[in-house]
Structures are given as structure tokens and as C-alpha cells.
Ligand binder design. Structure first.
Ligand code: FES
Length: 103
């Protein structure tokens, strides 16, 4: 059986991410991946809290260990197209534990 090339973990529990639409984001990301026929290559998983609460919806992409914060439903298509498919992380949403990297 093939293993996934990328795993995306979306925080859907904890104090803040669920209030910011993380379930919707997770579902939308799954739909985008399915529509592109990439379900065998890219897995979108629901995750528990990452202890990064208060930074909007938080997610992490493996194997490259790229963290995103303040993700909105409207960002999903861009993350999928630019990062998961195109291999270029979305700079404006990158997160390193201290807030967005562009701040
Ligand atoms: S609620 Fe998402 S990081 Fe804590």
C-alpha cells in the first residue's frame, strides 16, 4: 500500500480554532484534494489542539513541517494549489510560534 506524500493536520479542537471555522477549513481542504484526484497522495487529518491557541486556525504540513496560522476558509484553495500541489509554502500565513513570520 502506498503511503501519503503529504499530511496536513488541522486543529479542530481546543479553545479557539473551532470558533474560527477549522472544521469548515478541514472539509474544504478535503474537497479540494478530492477534486484534484489527490486523495492517495495527500491526507488531510483533523488534529487536537497544538497549544498555539489564539492564532486563528492553525495547521501543520508534513513532511516539511510547515506551520500556518490565521487560516481562513478563503485561504484553502491557495494553500492547496501553491503549497500542497505546487510545493511553495504560502508565505503570508507561515507561523513559527511567535506569530506570523511576516510581522
Ligand atoms: S485550539 Fe487550535 S491550537 Fe489550540
Amino acid at each position: 500500500m502506498d503511503v501519503f506524500e503529504k499530511h496536513v493536520f488541522v486543529c479542530v479542537s481546543g479553545k479557539t480554532c473551532p470558533k474560527e471555522g477549522s472544521e469548515e477549513i478541514c472539509s474544504a481542504m478535503r474537497q479540494e484534494i478530492a477534486a484534484l484526484g489527490l486523495k492517495k497522495q495527500i491526507r488531510i487529518n483533523k488534529s487536537g489542539c497544538f497549544d498555539q491557541c489564539g492564532n486563528g486556525v492553525v495547521m501543520v504540513v508534513y513532511p516539511e513541517r510547515t506551520w500556518y496560522a490565521h487560516v481562513k476558509p478563503g485561504d484553502v484553495k491557495e494553500i492547496v494549489e501553491k503549497h500542497l500541489v505546487g510545493g511553495q509554502p504560502l508565505q503570508r500565513l507561515l507561523y513559527d510560534g511567535g506569530g506570523r513570520r511576516d510581522k
